[in-house]
Design a protein around this ligand. Structure first.
Ligand SMILES: [Fe+2]
Length: 336
């Protein structure tokens, strides 16, 4: 079965075009994808590949407009997001997903501008598709997180099979800007918190802040997920960095902060900048010993990770993190 035609974009003629591209069999399969993500998890539970084709989970792209020049692209059954920011000359694609199906072809139907590509960070669901392009901007920290993408079996893909497996890695530094033509995107390097390679992308004119996986409305993963035994991890440093990044971003947005929106990569977008305050509160509550520690993760996918028995959810107001319980308890209540 050929799934290359399975492209959907709501609120646009692209939706109709995509549907017409799909074969009858594909359309029928599409009707079953509503619970595809859960289906994948259920199948992994049995330690076998799901009956449903992986392309329908990892590479079923949907796009809609956030504003006149900003597209949101979702995949993973609508739980994960990529952004496409259009300027007068270029469009900037933030992340490349798992690299399943023809994301590049999908994006080039959304914009007629030359597409530049940047990774919010070097994790498999954000950068495994880089090889569909000849050049990708990313953080220097990609080297530390590289095993999470490149180890055999790290994801449902074959990196060597992409058109440009040796694509150019263009290292971005704190304060760099990307001029898309009438639209400037500022790049900030995050202090390592969720991972070692995060970049924040700031668009002052559109008042949007792309946070990668560092802040989201469900939970930020704060345990080492680099698959690199040499990656540095210190729990106090990570929590302090999570807080310091939030303070820096808040200061950058200034008094106008409530007019801004956070655009995270998972579970909901756009979300209120209030989450930055709550993440700051969460860090403080850990040290104060007042954050709520929950042993039940309530996340079916993470619960299947071999590391899950070591994890807990730490909650404060509407935000939370997943972290190794033994690690977070080293600092819990130490500044009460
Ligand atoms: Fe991540």
């Amino acid at each position: 079965m050929d799934y290359n035609g399975l492209y959907f974009a709501s609120r646009d003629k692209l939706c109709e075009d995509a549907y017409n591209l799909a074969t009858e069999a594909n359309r029928a399969a599409l009707l079953t994808t509503g619970n595809g993500y859960m289906g994948m998890c259920a199948s992994l539970e049995g330690n076998k590949m799901p009956d449903m084709p992986l392309e329908l989970i990892f590479g079923n792209y949907v796009a809609w407009k956030y504003d006149e020049k900003t597209w949101i692209i979702s995949f993973m059954d609508g739980t994960e997001f990529i952004y496409l920011l259009e300027g007068d000359r270029y469009a900037l694609l933030t992340d490349t997903g798992y690299g399943v199906n023809d994301l590049r072809g999908f994006v080039e139907k959304l914009t007629d501008k030359e597409v530049l590509v940047i990774n919010t960070h070097y994790h498999p669901d954000h950068s495994a598709g880089n090889g569909q392009w000849t050049s990708v901007m990313l953080s220097e920290g990609w080297k530390v997180d590289a095993p999470s993408v490149e180890l055999p079996g790290a994801g449902p893909y074959d990196l060597s099979a992409y058109p440009h497996p040796d694509y150019e890695k263009k290292i971005m530094h704190d304060g760099d800007t990307i001029d898309l033509g009438g639209r400037i995107i500022k790049v900030l390097e995050a202090l390592p918190a969720h991972c070692n390679s995060s970049l924040f992308l700031i668009d002052e004119d559109h008042r949007i802040l792309i946070t990668g996986d560092e802040y989201e409305c469900s939970q930020t993963l704060m345990y080492d997920n680099s698959k690199n035994p040499d990656a540095p991890y210190n729990v106090e440093k990570r929590i302090d960095n999570l807080r310091a990044n939030a303070v820096r971003l808040k200061n950058l947005m200034g008094e106008d902060i409530r007019a801004w929106k956070l655009l995270p990569n998972h579970n909901g977008t756009p979300v209120s900048t209030e989450y930055l305050d709550e993440y700051i509160g969460l860090c403080d509550a850990i040290y104060a010993g007042t954050a709520v520690i929950e042993d039940k993760l309530g996340h079916r996918f993470i619960e299947m990770d071999p590391v899950a028995p070591e994890l807990c959810r730490v909650r404060y107001m509407h935000c939370s993190i997943f972290i190794k319980k033994a690690e977070v308890m080293k600092i819990y209540g130490t500044r009460a």
